[in-house]
Each structure stands twice: as C-alpha cells, then as structure tokens.
Design a protein around this ligand. Structure first.
Ligand code: IVH
Length: 675
C-alpha cells in the first residue's frame, strides 16, 4: 500500500462513498440525484483504479455491483438460527384462533401485533461483520442454505456496508425477501421472447432462477430488489420487531413502509382486508400479510412448533390460481411471423376477472409440462402478467387424449411453418400473411415506435381488411383514400383528419425510432439508438457487413445476422425507398452543438398540457439538450408541469432555474421555426 499515492487512495475512497450513496438514493429512497451516465462514469473510474491497484479492492466495493468472477458451486452454509416458515391461513376464523392461542400463552400480558406485507419472492439471509456484507445465503432447507454472496452483492438495494457506526449493530444478521417488480419482469420476459430465450413463469420463479445463476455479471443485469424484515444481533438486546424495522431503515435497507402496529385482532383483520383490496396497486407481487407479535421477549416465550413460530402467521389473499379445462390450443401469428400457441380455456374466475385465454409460449413449454387438449390445468394470474398454465392435474387426465402435435401450417395463410435450429419458436415465412401485415402496422404505430395517435388495433384491422394498407409505407399515401375512409363505419371527417394528421406528424420521428419501428428481429428500442450511433444513416446500415456490425460492443451474432438478413430482402429494400420518398428521417441529425439547449441538462416534472414527456424529451434532445431523471446540482433547469411534486421542492431548495410550460415552448419553438 505504501507505494500507492495518497491521492489515489483518497480518490478510490471518495468514489466508493459516492457510489454507495447514489445506489442508496436510487434504489432505496427512489430519489436519484444524478443520471445513469454520471453514475456509469464514476463506476468506470473506480473499476479502472481497482484494475490498476488491485490491493485497494475491499469486499464492500461498489464494483461488485456489476458482478464478480463466476462461481462453479455454491458452498453450503449452516444458518446460525434456522430459517422457519410461516403457517398460512385464508380465513378470519383462523386469524381469531391464532389470536386466542397467543392470548392463552401470554396470559394477563399486554401485547401488540405488527402487520406487514407478505412479499411473494425468495427469502435470503445476510450476514454483516464489522458493518460489511460478508455472506448472502439462501433459505435452503431452513437449516442449511447456499452461499450466493457474489450474486447478492449485485442487488443494489442490499447495502454492502451498513449506514451506521453503532458498534452493536455492525455485526448482525438481516433477513428479508428478494423480489422483482412486475413491470421489470414483464420487460425482461419480452426481451427474452424477442431474443428467442426461454421466458419465466412469474416474477418469483425468475427471482429464484436468477439467484442461482453462476455468473454474477448476468445476475447484475436482472432487476432484483431486497426488502428486509428481520434483524438479529448478539451484541445488543433488541426489544421489539417494529423498532427493528425502523432500525433496518436507518441501516440503509428497503423496508415495507406499510407496516403497522395493532393492539387488537380486529385491527389486524381490517388491515388484511384493506391490503387485499390494494394488492394490485403494488409494483410487486404480494400474496398476503404477515402478522407478528411485536415484543421479541414474548416471541421467545411463544416459541415454535415444528417449523413455524407460534408468534407469527401468514394471512394469505384469495388465491390467484384456479383449475379449469383446456378446450383448445390456437396459434397466434406475430408481426415477424413468430407463432405463439395460446390456450383456449373453459372460462374461470380468478382473483376478480374471468380468464379464458393463457399464453403457452412455444412448443417446448407445452412439451415440458405435457399439456394436452382436454386436460384439467392450473392457471395462474399475477397482476398485469398474462395468465399462464403452470401445471397439469395429471390425476384428472381423460383417458386416451394425445400429446399436442404442433401444426405444420400457418393458421392464417396456410404457409408451411418452420422452426430453425436453436430457436424456441416456429415461424410463418410468408411476409404477405395478413396477420403479419396487421402486426407490422400495429407495431409501427405503437408508443415508443412511430407513436401514431388513433391508429390502434381496430383501425389497423379496418385499413388492412379494406386493402388501403398492405405495408407501413402505404400509411403515407392514405390521404388518397380520404373520402372512402370518411364513408366507412364509425368514421367521420374529423376522426379521419386526426388520423391523417397523426400519420403526417410521425414523419418527424428521429431515425432511431424509425429503425426500431421497422420491426427488425432482435432490434428493440434500446438497440436501435446504439446502431444509429455507429451507423448514422440507413444507407450506412444497409452497406455494412456482419463483421462490422459485430465489432460494436452491444451487438452479438444474433442481432447482426438479423440485420443483414433484413436488408438482404428485396421487399424490405423497396420499403426503405418508399419511406425515403415519403420524407421520413433515415439518418441521424448532427447534434446541434451550437443550439440554445446544447450541453444543458433538464428534468421534467408534473404533467405538461401540450405534449407527453417523451415528446418534450425529443424536443430537448433535438436542440442538443439532455434530460435527466432526477434533480441534482448538475441540472440547469426544471421544466414544471401541473401537479409537480418533490422534484419541484428539491429544485427550489437547490436554487435551480424553473421553466413553466410556456417558457419551454417559446424556447423550443423559436429554435424549431428557425430550423
Ligand atoms: S418472516 C418465521 N416476513 O414467507 C418468520 N416472511 O413461509 C418467517 N415472507 O420463507 C419469515 N414476506 O420467504 C416474514 N414480511 C415477511 C415476509 C415473509 C414474505 C416469506 C419468507 C418466508 C415465507 C414464510
């Protein structure tokens, strides 16, 4: 260490402290102060210094967040105290019984219950020594679990160092649940579907699968979160659970902020019912509430029977699983010809809605679960996740039903279906397949793509059925059918004009949006801007080679091959020419380095009345500015819409310039007209 310059050591320490702080602000407090780019720059700087001076690496370094070395096997670790499970109940009567039991075992004593969320995730035990995370262990069989420390270190809401200097708390065990938000899960599954990888059944399964992966670098890319609900230390007499939850917050953990204390079981039952009603409003899956006796001393008196404590109970919500018959398996044709099998179910009521369809993903999924038409199946629904069949009730299988044979012809156009080696899906290769045409146009018009207002599914169906559009390029000639459109069912002069205006406005979308909208397989909304950065025009992209494409860091062989394949197709080349003629942006504009907003950073808060946030962002970027997600000193101005909240408060405290919508419009408009 003596040979390392003092200033380097100080720099490493400062970077670490800052990165820890920003992880906490982003993942625990949800109040980021810097943008991703600024964070990445600091992380890279620290990584470079650690490569140069490996002796400076500490076990709590934020560089572990992006993943350490792969592990072959997870060593087995014995829990210092067993990880028990909870007994479950679904009824009010059982909850009252639980209360009676507690009262009989704690006669003449005052006590309180803590009610908290029951996270539907995977439990985890963390050990801290001297304030530093040293071990992350799965529950396993409750007595022994797997040491998955390297994976756990990548979970940004797990503090690598506790935010305390209280000596008694520096050596402790924290337990809690690892979860994945439904939105993150959905996005991840969509991405996997696009790249032909196997999709996960639900957020819990995908969390469990992720934690057991051998490469922490992959784990680091998965959106895991950790909620703490248990604290233990031998160096201090902890008094009650509710206080422990507060302590966990101060130590830097995410903790259920809805946890409440009750003195009567009626309060508990009321809490359970209220949260059952609210369950969909949480960004993650919860499957009940957990009721715990608050005093730790009383918990000890109550003890445990078998594997469950007598001082706690899980009050579950009505199940979102149901059994029903699979009447048929139908095939859906996607916009790029991907065939997805869909289950046609005997309608069944699950958690508030009737379910009659469920996704079956692909042939392998059907084969692995051995799903057959006529089977009784278990269907699960979770939040906004599409219902899915999770198992077959084998005991109820009707005699003589045959395994499902995947059809060989497209249900829409009868073309031969093909399944390429290494791909999970079958494809219909007929580009004229009407279902693909509809899908391509719907994708083109969708949010994040060309964002054409008024061009939803039903309108696309009408336009394709009437043969006004066969390709997305036809949309830009739709004005020729103006009168015929007005004469159609449910259309009038105004709605037709709105649609035509929407189509016209879409010509302003930047090149990366057009590229994404083309629907090239594996070119999603995050890859398109990367491509544009390296190939600033469609001509450059059409001319490129496989090798050149693959030399771009983010582009692997699958994406590269798909791009080459797309532009080799004559139909697609013709389409590009037609789009060029229609006046769409097929090259990236040079960054306006001398623009009024050049080099400036903005944050948008509240609702703007004349445009969406995405549109505002586009305008700012068009003028060379940048949009950050959180307010910090680096921000030049806050654009304030209606109902602005904490960002406005923070910007005011930091003395950041505030622009109302009028001022913003004036500035971008001035520039726009000049352009
Ligand atoms: S307390 C004995 N609190 O539910 C104490 N568990 O069957 C057990 N869970 O394995 C843990 N949310 O994975 C507790 N707020 C919460 C919980 C919770 C979810 C899970 C945990 C445990 C299972 C109990």
């Amino acid at each position: 260490m003596a040979s390392i310059d003092r200033s380097v050591i100080q720099k490493v320490e400062r970077l670490r402290k800052e990165l820890h702080r920003h992880d906490y602000l982003y993942y625990v407090k949800a109040e980021p102060e810097i943008n991703d780019e600024q964070y990445d720059t600091m992380m890279r700087e620290l990584q470079e210094l650690e490569i140069k001076y490996p002796e400076l690496i500490t076990p709590d370094s934020p560089t572990f967040r992006v993943g350490g070395e792969p592990t072959k096997e997870f060593p087995t670790v014995t829990h210092e105290i067993p990880m028990l499970s909870l007994s479950n109940t679904y009824s009010e009567e059982d909850i009252k019984d639980f209360d009676r039991r507690v009262r009989s075992l704690l006669p003449q004593r005052q006590f309180k219950y803590v009610c908290e969320l029951k996270f539907d995730g995977v439990s985890l035990s963390l050990r801290y020594r001297n304030g530093v995370l040293t071990l992350g262990v799965t529950r396993g069989d409750g007595v022994q679990g797997d040491d998955i420390t390297a994976n756990v270190k990548t979970i940004r809401s797990v503090p690598l160092r506790l935010k305390t200097s209280e000596p008694a708390l520096l050596d402790c065990e924290v337990r809690g649940e690892v979860i994945m938000n439904r939105k993150d899960f959905k996005r991840m599954n969509e991405e996997r579907e696009r790249t032909g990888e196997k999709t996960f059944i639900n957020p819990r399964n995908s969390t469990a699968g992720t934690l057991k992966m051998q490469d922490p670098k992959v784990v680091a890319t998965r959106p895991l979160r950790f909620f703490a609900y248990f604290l233990r230390t031998e160096r201090k007499q902890l008094k009650n659970h509710y206080e422990n939850l507060k302590t966990l917050t101060t130590l830097g953990f995410l903790v259920d902020e809805h946890a409440r204390l009750y003195t009567s079981i009626d309060g508990v039952i009321d809490h359970w019912k209220r949260f059952e009603e609210k369950r969909e409003s949480f960004p993650f899956d919860i499957d009940g509430i957990v009721v715990k006796v608050d005093s730790l001393q009383q918990q000890e008196t109550l003890g445990a029977i078998a594997k469950s404590p007598r001082w706690a109970i899980a009050c579950k919500f009505t199940s979102r699983k149901a059994e029903t018959r699979l009447n048929d398996i139908r095939l859906q044709v996607g916009r790029i010809g991907t065939i997805t099998p869909v289950a046609d179910l005997e309608p069944v009521f699950i958690g508030g809605t009737t379910v009659s369809r469920a996704s079956l993903y692909n042939e392998d999924y059907i084969r692995e679960l051995d799903i057959r038409v006529g089977d009784m199946v278990i269907v699960e629904r979770g939040g906004d996740v599409i219902p899915k069949i999770t198992s077959v009730v084998m005991e109820k299988r009707p005699k003589g039903i045959k395994p499902f044979r995947f059809p060989t012809k497209c249900p829409e156009c009868k073309a031969q279906l093909i399944r390429l080696q290494g791909e999970a899906n079958y494809f219909c290769e007929n580009e004229e397949c009407p279902q693909q045409i509809r899908g391509r146009i719907e994708h083109w018009a969708s949010r994040g793509a060309m964002d054409i207002e008024g061009l939803g599914e039903a309108v696309v169906d009408q336009l394709v059925d009437k043969k006004f559009v066969k390709s997305v390029a036809d949309l830009y000639h739709l004005h020729k059918h103006r009168e015929e459109l007005i004469a159609l069912d449910r259309w009038g002069e105004k709605s037709v004009q709105n649609l035509l205006d929407g189509i016209e406005q879409s010509k302003q979308r930047p090149f990366h949006r057009v590229l994404y909208s083309l629907g090239i397989r594996h070119v999603g909304s995050s890859i398109a801007p990367v491509l544009v950065e390296h190939f600033p025009s469609i001509d450059a992209l059409m001319k490129t080679t496989l090798d050149e494409l693959q030399s771009v860091h983010e582009i692997g062989p699958k994406i590269a091959e798909s791009i080459i394949h797309f532009f080799q197709n004559t139909h697609n080349r013709l389409l590009i020419e037609r789009l060029r003629k229609a006046g769409l942006s097929l090259s990236a504009e040079k960054k306006k380095l001398n623009g009024k907003l050049a080099g400036k950073t903005f944050v948008i808060t509240g609702t703007l009345s004349s445009m969406t946030r995405d549109q505002a962002k586009e305008l700012i970027e068009g003028q060379g500015g940048r949009v950050a997600s959180g307010v910090s000193k680096q921000v030049d101005a806050l654009i304030v819409g209606e109902d602005a909240g904490s960002k406005l408060e923070k910007a005011t405290t930091l003395g950041i310039e505030l622009w109302d919508e009028d001022r913003f419009l004036k500035i971008v408009k001035v520039r726009k007209n000049k352009d």
